[in-house]
Design a protein around this ligand. Structure first.
Ligand code: BYC
Length: 483
């Protein structure tokens, strides 16, 4: 019996799930593999497929030494199936099955529910790669290019992780769903990706950093909730995915911080103290702080939509079924059943924002979203600290939860970032102050000139404080032509 922290590297798919002795699943995955590689080549990163990229590859699921760094051509990346080690005698921590041993097989009654969640999770992974596919050619440095590709290959691995669960536990339906995951396409009219934010484009690097700061953090919250699942293979899969996800959020948060830093530094050098002198600041080739705030407004509101409606019977059902829990479920001190509990929510009713207590079970999406907002505010603090260091009077903030929403109670409301209900007319007049305009986007895109000399950075972003894997400042993270 294989110790489940040991990884098999002899099969074409590295794994710690004993694939070599599970011929049925191994064959199914080997059959899926060429389609995946075709998809990667057609809809994955444009160009650079022959370049040597200094990538992290997961080789182990132990806490220490789980990854190695080396130069790899992206199509040769070892996309493996890695589950966190099985916890002995793990008990289900919530819902109707609380206290029962975690399931090693899918319970028949929850099959459709589990399949749906796994498919939605799986769908977001290739979607994000598709959204980011054109960014390589405008990377502001080799360091950033490498980080983009690292995020991409790991999202690819996360797709593999979901496909494994589908192939192993959901028979022919699972096989079909696995094939469909390669057919839908971000932004497509006929077969779009399943969730809203994953059909938006990521046309520039500030959008990429915002996406990884805000949308990858939704990923973290959803994975944390699925990691509580009574279905143990899903729990173990998500737990290991979270190890990789941390770096993606680092790329986003630190990316935005570096953009802010460069703007502040440039303003200071030029003696500009008013952050609203937008034209003057843009003439210096950096992105003004009010425009960065508009990007925050956009990406935060798009990411809030990913949590579903505030009141959701789907969420109540998956919790009661012990299939999807709360953020850090086991650390919460309550009965983990929630049938008699309430949770405070906001509702948009008759043009007014009303606070009320709703059933805790029905408002689980809202609760996860609140946890997300708390988590996100740590990034906001760090960004504001950078602005403070330059003594510029400007504070970034998260917009009100009802601003710019397409899902849930606020979907038809016009609400400002500060939470005021606006008439349609007032919204139309002010919209360009809240959200990036076409001119803003054109300006940002005009800055997207590649910088490919090791150790150099485009003029609108500062260098990171530290290299990846402790490499020196002038390290060649991508050998573009040397392969
Ligand atoms: N767009 O009861 P409701 C990540 C649908 S990101 C379109 O309000 P529910 C990553 C919903 O499907 C994390 N449709 O919501 C990040 C339902 O349709 P059906 C991805 C939406 O079900 C960066 C109907 O509206 N993982 O990993 O409680 C890079 C009513 O739904 C949307 C997950 O999301 C939307 N935004 O919650 C790479 C975890 N919202 O079924 C990766 C799995 C709702 O009635 N998914 N709808 O036709 C879930 O837990 C839940 O399905 C959701 C929705 C949180 C998405």
């Amino acid at each position: 019996m294989l110790n489940n922290s040991q990884v098999e590297y002899d099969t074409i798919i590295p794994n710690n799930v004993s694939l070599s002795s599970d011929k049925r699943v191994l064959k199914a995955l080997e059959r899926w593999h060429p389609g995946y590689i075709d998809w990667w080549k057609d809809l994955g990163p444009v160009g650079f497929q022959e370049s040597l990229v200094y990538l992290r590859t997961a080789i182990n699921v132990d806490r220490d030494g789980w990854a190695t760094f080396d130069y790899v051509k992206m199509p040769d990346y070892r996309w493996g199936i890695l589950l966190a080690p099985q916890k002995e005698n793990r008990l289900i921590p919530f819902g109707d099955h609380k206290g029962e041993p975690a399931w090693q097989e899918v319970p028949g009654e929850y099959r459709a529910m589990l399949r749906r969640l796994i498919v939605i999770q799986g769908d977001t992974e290739p979607a994000s790669i598709e959204q980011q596919r054109f960014l390589g050619s405008t990377a502001p440095s080799l360091y950033d290019m490498r980080n983009l590709f690292q995020v991409n290959v790991e999202e690819g691995r996360h797709l593999w992780a979901m496909v494994y669960l589908l192939q192993k536990y959901f028979g022919s339906d699972g096989r079909e769903e696995a094939n469909e995951l390669l057919k839908r396409q971000s932004g497509s009219e006929d077969a779009p990706r399943m969730l809203g934010a994953f059909n938006e484009s990521t046309p520039d690097w500030l959008s990429f950093f915002m996406f990884t700061a805000f949308t990858d953090r939704d990923g973290k919250m959803q994975l944390e909730a699925l990691a509580q699942s009574g279905f143990d293979p899903l729990s173990r899969t998500c737990r290991f995915m979270l190890t990789e996800e941390a770096h993606h959020m680092f790329v986003g948060e630190n990316g935005v911080r570096r953009v802010i830093k460069k703007t502040c530094e440039t303003m200071q050098k030029a003696g500009i103290t008013d952050p609203y002198e937008i034209n003057k600041i843009r003439e210096l080739g950096v992105i003004d702080l009010p425009t960065i705030q508009k990007k925050i407004n956009l990406h935060y509101s798009l990411s809030l939509d990913l949590f579903g409606s505030e009141i959701s019977t789907n969420a109540a059902n998956t919790y009661t079924a012990s299939v999807k829990g709360r953020f850090w479920e086991t650390k919460i001190k309550d009965d983990h059943i929630l049938k008699n509990d309430t949770y405070p929510i906001l509702e948009f009713d008759n043009g007014k924002i009303i606070r009320k207590d709703a059933s805790a079970l029905l408002s689980l999406n809202m609760r996860l979203r609140d946890d997300y907002t708390k988590d996100t505010s740590v990034s906001m603090k760090r960004w504001n600290r950078t602005i403070e260091e330059y003594q510029i009077k400007f504070e970034m903030s998260l917009p009100f939860e009802g601003f710019n929403r397409k899902i849930g109670t606020f979907m038809n409301a016009n609400i400002s970032p500060s939470g005021d209900v606006l008439s349609q007319e007032n919204w139309d007049v002010n919209k360009n102050k809240f959200l990036p305009t076409n001119d803003d986007n054109v300006f940002i895109e005009s800055l997207m000139k590649p910088e490919t000399e090791p150790g150099k950075y485009a003029g609108w972003i500062s260098a990171p404080d530290m290299g990846i894997d402790n490499q020196p400042g002038d390290f060649e993270y991508v050998k573009i032509h040397d392969a």
